[in-house]
Design a protein around this ligand. Structure first.
Ligand SMILES: [Zn+2]
Length: 98
């Protein structure tokens, strides 16, 4: 399983739970205890986790290709095989997509 697949599973699991349920059923450590009319720190962390996962999944969707200039900048050296050149192109793509 890739990291993206794991993030997607976690995201889908988290969004399937009603936030009201999180406060009502989660253990509240001393630092997280709150009055009925106060914001729930457990729920806030829960919603932050969902937002971060959503953002990360969105960023993973964006693929950046190489421009003609990028490809031209990769030198095919004298004794380099086609395989080596392909690896150089792969490295350039990884640079732009990580
Ligand atoms: Zn709570």
């Amino acid at each position: 399983m890739t990291d993206k697949e794991a993030m997607k599973l976690a995201f889908e699991a988290l969004v399937s739970i009603n936030p009201e349920f999180v406060c009502n059923s989660a253990h509240h450590a001393k630092k997280d205890r709150h009055e009925f009319d106060e914001e729930c720190p457990v729920n806030m962390r829960y919603r932050t986790a969902i937002a971060v996962l959503e953002e990360q999944l969105e960023n993973h969707k964006k693929w950046v290709g190489l421009t003609d200039e990028d490809i031209s900048a990769v030198d095919w050296k004298r004794n380099e095989t086609l395989h080596d050149f392909a690896r150089s192109i792969e490295a350039k793509l990884k640079d732009k997509n990580t």
